[in-house]
Design a protein around this ligand. Structure first.
Ligand code: ADP
Ligand code: ZN
Ligand code: ZN
Length: 732
């Protein structure tokens, strides 16, 4: 091939591809995935990646030559690019957008850092010792730092000095943040002996590992799913293959790595999430590419890490919405991509959950790929649930929020030296700020939703665009001074609980505390160490927390969420309540769950109260079928937004009309059902008016192709944005 397609990251231009001439002497060694230097106009030589080859140019121009191959070891393969191409097609976006997200942009620069340092040393004539350390560091990605220091008979201060001289890509800070370093002294323990029930499921799954379709492990919380995974992982590793293990969020992935390190040793385990430094990522990336990692644990972005030789993929807590990226594009779902990845590697994929996604459950049971663990591992009965009807008990509740029965249980639990979790699925202090004189509600000037009072910062915040406003002295509408905060959020609950239990150690976890890096993980660790008595939080505390000393879970607003105008609202509400209930009574002492609600008879609530998944599923799947919602169709959502309300609406109408005409003409209108265009439930976000078109695709792959070919022909004017969301999480 004559030309190479390279990917560059240019400030102002973003990530783009360009064609370059391959010099004769490079033709033997050049490979996809290698970092190179290329001339780029006035900017001189810039870093780039090889992403393809061709014998032709995409236009008429005289191509420049590639200047240098920075590292002959590639960072990714052709197979890897093929996966990204598939992602781009599926999510109706372009390859560059996907590459941009999958491969950290900094890698393009980082790959050249080491070779620059080598160059520098050879020019300035560093000591022999320095060169040795440098070379060893180049390989250091493969072994944790301490091992490296020992092997090279060097010390941290020396390494630091070299870092200061610009020789290293592992900076001081990165050394300390290396998450695996924490586990360096962990002693490896044997796997647990499985209980008869776990063993049955383990054997059933082992017998189906050749299935091309996902296997679903539906096991109630604390049934011991993770231990079953571990046994399966061991088999895969023993057979010489590698494992990708996904968890929905950083805290869970970190907990998982800790457990994995204990069972498999740290040398074979790596972690991947957005909080590890770019340098660490770069090292992990190289280790993965060199087949030097056996188990990669990570969050959704780990599905793009270049793990080789995959023998098993596990997606734990597969129902979690965090697997889906909602913004920016590509709006991918790691679970969907993981399934594709498994096919690429002809490896099995196991989805696990106590409250499976309705679609996952539907497919798995139809394919005979459903496996169930119905009892808790230690035979503890699931926590008892009590429902407090707030219509009856509300008036006697503390400040209308904390009912008497809940107060009694909290007191009892604290006396027993056990711990309490209180779920309030709304952050901030209140739900709205309203004028009692004229009824005016303060809304975000840029979004069509109420501003929320934050007592800790003493400001009004918009939860959509993060706009901050001071609390006005008087009503902007009528000028009276009757503005009041009403409703409650986590901050208010924190205040009330501290008033009621002044001696208890109370902490709050919601996304507002995430401004402090790792605050969330620190608080969870404190909670595990029993240094917190009552933990208050949003859904962030409902997930995966395994603290045997928690015997009481209270849900303050158990019906919040069920009423959203969205086809997944019931599913999400049910999942949240069941998951949070699963946090109680995981140890030797029985658990108690209290749901406060104004709507005790709602079907999703009924099944959550009984923690009965089948009951919920059977009702929900009928509704989905009746209204052709997933899994009976695939939803493709188009959002048309603009600062100009009228133009956005007009454009949405036009797109809708053209789509309707096309489907009519091709005789597929019945199978590619069009809903809308209509204004979104949240009509305005960040000053952009929003309209949506929903397409219910009942032709699976074929319909999807039809829609993406239709979309590829649309050219939008500059002031109107069209975003496509395939399999959207919500339709607000
Ligand atoms: P799940 O993943 O279903 O929520 P886990 O696998 O985390 O459940 O198990 C819950 C608790 O029980 C964990 O502390 C785990 O170590 C323990 N456990 C599970 N299975 C066994 C076993 N076979 N032997 C000993 N302890 C077990
Ligand atoms: Zn806003
Ligand atoms: Zn007013």
């Amino acid at each position: 091939m004559k030309y190479a397609l390279v990917l560059v990251n240019i400030t102002g231009l973003g990530v783009k591809t360009f064609s370059y001439l391959i010099p004769e002497e490079m033709k033997q060694v050049i490979q996809i995935g290698q970092p190179v230097l290329v001339p780029f106009g006035k900017r001189g030589l810039v870093n780039a990646f090889i992403v393809g080859f061709s014998d032709y140019l995409p236009g008429e121009f005289t191509p420049k030559k590639i200047n240098k191959i920075l590292d002959t070891n590639p960072l990714f393969s052709l197979k890897y690019l093929k996966l990204l191409e598939w992602v781009a097609n599926y999510y109706c976006t372009d390859l560059v957008t996907v590459i941009n997200m999958a491969i950290p942009a900094k890698f393009i620069e980082m790959s050249s850092k080491v070779s620059k340092a080598v160059e520098f040393v050879s020019k300035t004539g560093a000591t022999k010792r320095q060169t040795e350390i440098l070379e060893a560091l180049e390989r250091a990605g493969k072994s944790p730092l301490n091992k490296f220091l020992k092997e090279n008979k060097t010390t941290l201060p020396t390494v630091k000095k070299m870092a200061e001289a610009g020789f290293l890509r592992i900076t001081d800070e990165e050394v300390y943040r290396n998450p695996l370093n924490i586990f360096k002294d962990v002693k490896v323990e044997p796997l647990y002996e499985l209980s008869p029930e776990q063993d049955r499921v383990y054997n059933e799954i082992s017998a189906k590992l050749r299935s091309q379709k996902p296997l679903l492990l539906h096991g109630i919380t604390a049934s011991g799913k993770t231990e079953v995974y571990f046994k399966l992982i061991k088999d895969v590793i023993d057979s010489g293959k590698n494992v990708l293990f996904l968890a929905p969020e950083i805290a869970l992935a970190s907990q998982l790595v800790k457990r994995l390190a204990k069972k498999f040793g740290i040398d074979d385990v790596a972690i991947w999430h957005s909080s590890i430094s770019e340098g660490e990522k770069y090292d992990v990336w190289k280790r993965l590419y060199n087949n030097d990692v056996k188990i990669l644990a990570g969050v959704r972005s780990a599905v793009f890490a270049p793990l080789n030789n995959i023998g098993l993929i596990i997606v734990d807590e597969e129902h979690e919405s965090a697997y889906k990226q909602s913004n920016p594009a590509p709006r991918y779902d790691a679970k969907t991509i993981a399934q594709r990845l498994a096919q690429f590697h002809q490896a099995p994929i196991i989805l696990g959950s106590a409250t499976p996604d309705i679609s996952s459950y539907y497919y798995a049971s139809n394919n005979n790929n459903l496996f169930e663990l119905k009892k808790r591992f230690n035979n503890q009965p699931p926590a008892r649930t009590k429902v407090i009807n707030m219509q009856e008990y509300g008036h006697a509740a503390y400040k209308g929020m904390i009912s008497k029965p809940l107060q009694t249980e909290i007191t009892k639990t604290l006396e027993e030296k056990h711990q309490v979790i209180l779920l309030m699925n709304r952050r901030g202090f209140s739900t709205s700020t309203q004028c009692k004189a004229c009824g005016y509600v303060i809304e975000c000037p840029d979004c069509s939703i109420p501003m929320i009072w934050h007592n800790t910062d003493k400001v009004l915040k918009c939860h959509y665009c993060n706009k901050i406003l001071p609390f006005p002295d008087t009503c902007p509408n009528c000028g009276s001074d009757a503005l009041r905060n009403s409703g409650a959020g986590t901050q208010k609950i924190e205040l009330l609980i501290k008033e009621l239990y002044p001696d208890a150690r109370v902490e709050r976890i919601d996304s507002d505390i995430l401004v402090r890096k790792n605050a969330h993980i620190e608080l969870l660790n404190k909670f595990l160490a029993r240094e917190i008595d009552i933990l208050i939080g949003t859904q962030m505390i409902a997930k995966g927390l395994d603290n045997p000393n928690v015997t009481l879970v209270g849900v303050l607003n158990a019906d919040a969420g069920f009423s959203l105008p969205d086809f997944r609202a019931s599913e999400r509400g049910f999942q949240l309540l069941t998951q949070v209930a699963g946090r109680a009574g995981r140890g030797a002492d029985a658990g108690e769950v209290i749901f406060q609600t104004y709507n005790p008879s709602y079907y999703a609530f009924e099944s959550a109260k009984e923690q009965n998944y089948d009951l919920f599923y059977n009702k929900e799947i009928k509704l989905r079928q009746e209204y052709d919602y997933p899994p009976f169709s695939q939803i493709i959502r188009l959002i048309i937004s603009s600062e100009n309300n009228y133009r956005a609406e007009k454009s949405a109408m036009e797109i809708g009309m053209r789509f309707a005409q096309l489907t009519e003409k091709q005789g597929v209108s019945e199978y590619l059902e069009l809903l809308g265009p209509s204004a979104c439930v949240i009509e305005k976000i960040s000053n952009k008016y929003r309209f949506q078109i929903l397409i219910k695709n009942k032709l699976s792959g074929k319909g999807h192709k039809f829609v993406s070919s239709f979309l590829s022909k649309i050219i939008m004017p500059k002031d109107i944005k069209l975003s496509v969301d395939v399999d959207p999480l919500d339709i607000l």
